[in-house]
Write a protein that binds this ligand. Structure first.
Ligand SMILES: NC(=O)c1ccc[n+]([C@@H]2O[C@H](COP(=O)([O-])OP(=O)(O)OC[C@H]3O[C@@H](n4cnc5c(N)ncnc54)[C@H](O)[C@@H]3O)[C@@H](O)[C@H]2O)c1
Length: 430
């Protein structure tokens, strides 16, 4: 059977980008979501998040072969589940409520024959032990595959076409059907021996990425205690030496990296193996907000004028995603501890959005003006193009410039010729 009508259930970051790329490739696609105002926006070709190329692709496809609805059309031959998965803030246990609800909705309206693909990031065994029993209640024939989303926000539309697709299936026929779908968008497909192996691939990719950052952050903290410059040593370690690919120290956030290592840890919670590395790495990264806060507090008291720029959880590739952003956590921590004069800025997140979340968005000029502390919270490329000398000239005497990602060399900040305001430079480990 060749898929023609595809339903993508959950049109958030993952579902919407996949739906538009499938529509671009000629499938008749319905994006399904329970959020009705969101559906109205999407039917007007207005995406609800920033993703490079997405507005154009929506204009090309919506009203032609892409539409949005609050229910799954009965003639769908492929149904892709891309709803959210979360962890409990305290217990860190996975929350699969959206998966269960949406699987129930699929099951209640299932016709014979379709391929159901789970795309969300889930604990090992979810497709077989959670989704399948719900679908079985329908007493209908269906195929079932797990194909994880591995794109990075900000480059999702390109990566959907470039990255290998990982496919696990309940049987060979399910893998073949998922293969036939994904071969239309990408050249490389990896067939896995089981659903569980495919689920594991996603978890280990993100846990590995989180660990890479944690390693860099730990090296930076060691450098601080040993009086070394972490960026100098990491740069040298990576230089022409293929066996090192150490990340840059920095804030680690976003809705995936903060939860997926915990989900992987949860997968063996009932066994006698307790992972040590993965959760330690997470703890190092989770500690970075407290670390930056602690260093700020040493230098600037609660009465200080604070300016945080780079509110999105990352700057490169650029995104307007504030979910689990360490800069947001830092602002909250400053507020809770009595810092009352805080303004924020981001190159991608709109001022209206920042205002709606209770922040005080300002221009870069206003932010730097008479400020006691500037925090560069993410690695957006536009920082490199700022005439930083003129901004530094606006800062207060003896103020602090906290450059979390080392977007500026320390000497550029401390030796700037035009200003005589004795600015201190800080970054992770320096
Ligand atoms: N954000 C990323 O770049 C990324 C990358 C790889 C994997 N993932 C994983 O993909 C999954 C989705 O992530 P996301 O960032 O797109 O989440 P999201 O929160 O942006 O989107 C989820 C969408 O599902 C909708 N939804 C919830 N319940 C529903 C239901 N019963 N029926 C229909 N729609 C429903 C929500 O309204 C929302 O629009 C998660 O498991 C995540 O870990 C995300």
């Amino acid at each position: 059977m060749k898929a023609e009508n595809v339903s993508v259930v959950g049109v958030g970051y993952v579902g919407l980008t996949l739906a538009t790329v499938l529509a671009e490739r000629g499938f008749r696609v319905t994006g399904v979501d329970i959020n009705k105002p969101l559906l109205e926006k999407l039917n007007r070709c207005e995406p609800h998040f920033y993703e490079k190329g997405l507005p154009l692709l929506l204009r090309k496809t919506v009203g032609k072969n892409l539409s949005f609805s609050d229910h799954i059309p009965g003639d769908s031959d492929t149904i892709i589940l891309s709803v959210g998965t979360y962890i409990h803030p305290e217990t860190k246990k996975p929350i699969l409520e959206q998966i269960i609800r949406s699987a129930e909705q699929i099951s209640e309206n299932l016709n014979d024959g379709p391929l159901v693909i789970l795309r969300s990031t889930v604990p090992i065994g979810t497709t077989r032990n959670v989704v399948k029993p719900i679908l079985d209640k329908s007493k209908k024939e269906y195929s079932l595959a797990f194909c994880p989303e591995r794109t990075v926000e900000g480059k999702a539309l390109d990566e959907l076409k470039e990255l290998p697709q990982i496919i696990g299936g309940i049987n060979e026929e399910s893998i073949d059907l998922a293969f036939d779908l994904f071969k239309n968008i990408t050249n490389t497909i990896v067939r896995m021996s089981s659903l569980e192996a495919a689920e594991m691939v996603k978890l280990l990719c993100n846990s590995h990425r989180d660990l890479n950052f944690a390693y860099a952050n730990e090296i930076a903290l060691i450098c601080e205690k040993t009086g070394l410059d972490p960026h100098e040593v990491i740069r040298a370690a990576n230089s022409g030496y293929g066996r090192s690919s150490i990340s840059t120290p920095g804030f680690v956030g976003g809705s995936c990296l903060v939860k997926d290592p915990h989900i992987l840890n949860y997968c063996v919670a009932q066994t006698d193996y307790k992972p040590r590395l993965i959760i330690s790495g997470r703890e190092v990264n989770e500690g970075m907000v407290d670390y930056v806060f602690g260093r700020i507090k040493e230098k600037v008291d609660c009465g200080g004028k604070m300016f945080i720029t780079g509110m999105a959880f990352k700057g490169k590739p650029e995104t307007d995603d504030l979910r689990d952003s360490p800069s947001v956590d830092l602002v909250e921590k400053l507020r809770k501890t009595g810092y009352g004069n805080i303004s924020v800025h981001d190159f991608v997140v709109s001022d209206d959005r920042l205002k709606s979340l209770g922040y005080n968005p300002v221009s870069l000029e206003e932010g730097f003006e008479s400020t006691d502390c500037v925090v560069i919270g993410n690695n957006h490329e536009r920082y490199a193009y700022l005439n930083i000398d003129s901004y530094l000239g606006l800062m207060k005497k003896n103020s602090l410039f906290f450059d979390v990602w080392r977007m500026f060399e320390p000497e550029i900040i401390t030796n700037n010729n035009n200003n005589n305001n004795n600015i201190s430079y800080a970054s992770i480990g320096k």
